[in-house]
Write a protein that binds this ligand. Structure first.
Ligand code: ROI
Length: 170
């Protein structure tokens, strides 16, 4: 099987978010049958919440890999990384979490099943996904949507702040 270029969104707002992202990227680099291509900068963003409860800011980033792992196995691998970094199984959607890893794109595949929606539904809607994605893939075309960068002006804003080298972030 050829390697497929895949984009993964990373988010954390608990338990030392910068370290969470650094550790997650290290773990992703160790996945079998996978080459690491690029990581975006880290971005600080205001939490999108359902109920406007005070919620710690998130750090977000996007990485690109090329892999022979199939989408559902990749999801299993990413969930294993989430749980190894302190995520708990009972978490609800929209809840604060030490680590969230989302498959944003898997080549040009369109996948809709009970575990996966690819392209990820939020790619064109949230700045903390779209901005780091376009940073590492400025000309990216999203199946069904067209050029990712075309959505930058209209996506939901979370006060995104680009951070410098990950090592300097506390
Ligand atoms: N808000 C921000 N800013 N970043 C996230 O990664 C994030 N992830 C989530 C919800 C709860 C939607 N809010 C978020 O899952």
């Amino acid at each position: 099987m050829d390697k497929v270029i895949t984009y993964i969104g990373l988010g954390s707002n608990l338990q030392q978010p910068a370290q969470q992202l650094v550790n997650a990227i290290e773990a992703i680099k160790k996945l079998p049958q996978t080459n690491f291509i690029a990581s975006s900068c880290f971005y600080r963003s205001k939490a999108l919440t359902l109920d406007h409860e005070p919620t710690p800011d998130y750090l977000n980033a996007v990485v690109a890999i090329e892999t022979q792992i199939n989408p559902l196995s990749l999801l299993d691998d990413l969930q294993a990384i989430e749980f190894s970094q302190g995520r708990i199984r009972t978490e609800k959607r929209w809840q604060s979490r030490p680590l969230d890893l989302d498959i944003l794109l898997y080549g040009n595949d369109v996948i809709n099943n009970e575990r996966l929606t690819i392209p990820h539904a939020e790619i064109s809607r949230r700045d903390f996904v779209l901005v780091p994605l376009v940073e590492i893939a400025p000309d990216l075309e999203v199946p069904g949507l067209g050029k990712a960068s075309g959505y930058l002006a209209s996506c939901q804003e979370t006060g995104l702040e680009k951070l410098s080298a990950p090592e300097t972030i506390s």
